[in-house]
Design a protein around this ligand. Structure first.
Ligand SMILES: [Zn+2]
Ligand SMILES: [Zn+2]
Length: 485
């Protein structure tokens, strides 16, 4: 009887997951950690093949198996001689079970014991073999599972989570040797060491902790196990919140602004009153601190859809932002309460609305958005023309395309270039004494103060130029709206 007529293989392989959430951190290095699974379903019409049949299994032609000629003394599992072979070379019960291709009543080690027992019954000589120290397939790694699981639970502590992703790092030479033996002697489709090890840890962890799902991407907790040192690291993945903020006052930076004198040293310096900050408050912290406290997190980072200058208010429905909350101790905050905590804390300065859960993808979306914006700007004009002339001149800017060189005030941090930006509309022009105010809607990235004062001719045309080269000095600027979604 030929082996392939005795067994019919159904091999279900899931592709290895190579689409691990590639956050810009070291965890990406473990993207190959073997989260894929492979299952082998074996249909054995007659479990108890008698030994005579075993002897006559390979009675025919040369039988090719995965490119190599079969070693008739040790054919691949699940042939009884194959199972004998993996016992002879010293495989542990875990590895016997995963290589055997046999369906056993119990999983893991206990399943391996069953298979070993059967093999001993068929050939009692196996029982008397000299004991081999280390399993050649795993170097007795499976013996450490309980220990590792214990460390994982300790490390997780009280950190709230519902999903976990495991990453395991194993020595390359062990993996190569394991792969060599498995592909030669293991039953086709046997799970590789990493996969088997990860699922063994998951199984045992599941027995001890409730309500945890193991995932292949975007986990709450990323757990990395070093198979060599048995070190366990738990990386608490960040959570993200989206909202819009209104900045109601001037002289408030959007993000934390380190002290210029000491560059934000932790102890600070005299000029910053030992705070390390140039401005004590920022939109980032006024919003971020209450959120950080609510979620028992370590820190936050703030991603706004662009930013307004420190002296510019942001009104209307506000500026969209995504805040990243790092190492949160809890991931289940009540958003209404959090929003209220922020607004109470920042009363009169900053106000947020529409707070909801978000993700890293939205950070990119918000940062890359090219939404149009509306502004109100007020400025002083030297030798101001009469009202009618001024309004007519300024109105002519509605719909024009500006050519703007990188403004002087930002040229220290931006490469000099000339860009074209469209004034979508310009309206609500008010002239009062020597001051003018108007509402303007323009493309993302338009330098609005420069549109008014011309930045020494770097912006063409400008309010200054259409007024007949009258000197214009900006008094204030408000973002009136950000036209996003
Ligand atoms: Zn083993
Ligand atoms: Zn300082």
């Amino acid at each position: 009887m030929r082996v392939n007529s005795v067994f019919r293989w159904v091999i279900v392989m899931e592709e290895e997951n190579d689409q691990v959430d590639l956050d810009d951190d070291s965890w990406a290095l473990y993207a190959d950690a073997g989260y894929g699974t492979s299952q082998v379903e074996v249909e054995v019409p007659n479990e108890e093949l008698d030994s005579e049949e075993n002897e006559t299994w390979y009675d025919g032609d040369d039988f090719e198996f995965e490119g190599a000629t079969i070693n008739w003394d040790a054919p691949p599992c699940p042939a009884p001689l194959g199972i004998e072979h993996i016992i002879r070379i010293g495989c542990c019960d875990f590895c016997i079970q995963r290589l055997s291709g046999k369906r056993t009543a119990s999983k893991g080690e206990a399943g391996g014991k069953e298979i070993r027992k059967e093999a001993y019954q068929r050939n009692s000589e196996l029982e008397t073999l000299e004991k081999i120290e280390l399993c050649p397939m795993c170097e007795d790694l499976f013996d450490d599972v309980d220990n590792i699981v214990k460390r994982i639970i300790e490390k997780i502590g009280e950190v709230e989570h519902s999903t976990i992703q495991l990453g395991i790092h194993l020595p390359k030479d062990l993996l190569e040797e394991e792969d060599r033996i498995r592909s030669r002697h293991g039953s086709p489709g046997s799970a590789p060491l990493k996969t088997s090890f990860v699922s063994e840890i998951q199984d045992r962890l599941s027995d001890l902790v409730n309500d945890v799902t193991f995932v292949k991407e975007r986990p709450d907790l990323m757990i990395l196990i070093d198979g060599l040192t048995l070190m366990v690291e738990v990386d608490i993945r960040p959570v993200f919140l989206y909202g819009r903020y209104r900045k109601l006052i001037r002289d408030l930076p959007q993000t934390r602004w380190p002290c210029r004198a000491c560059r934000g040293r932790k102890e600070g310096c005299e000029s910053c009153n030992h705070t390390g900050l140039q401005y004590l408050e920022s939109v980032q912290d006024l919003i971020g601190e209450p959120i950080r406290i609510s979620l028992a997190a370590e820190d936050t980072s703030f991603h706004g859809m662009g930013r307004e200058d420190i002296d510019v208010r942001c009104l209307g429905t506000g500026r969209p932002f995504v805040i990243e909350i790092k190492k949160p101790g809890t991931r289940l905050g009540n958003l209404e309460e959090i929003q209220k905590a922020v607004n109470d804390n920042a009363q009169g300065k900053v106000e947020i609305n529409g707070l909801r859960w978000s993700n890293r993808k939205e950070v990119v979306k918000v940062k890359e958005s090219r939404s149009e914006k509306s502004y109100t700007i007020r400025f002083k004009v030297k030798d101001i023309p009469d009202e009618e002339t001024a309004i007519a001149a300024i109105s002519s800017l509605s719909g024009v395309e500006l050519a703007q060189d990188t403004p002087k005030r930002v040229s220290h941090r931006r490469a000099a270039k000339n860009r074209k930006r469209k004034i979508i509309s310009l309206s609500s022009i008010i002239v009062e004494d020597d001051e003018i105010q108007f509402l303007v809607r323009c493309e993302a990235g338009t330098y609005v103060k420069e549109l008014v004062h011309s930045d020494e001719g770097r912006t063409v045309p400008s309010v200054r130029s259409v007024l007949g080269d009258k000197e214009c000095t900006v008094i204030w600027l408000d973002v009136e709206d950000i036209h996003y979604e």
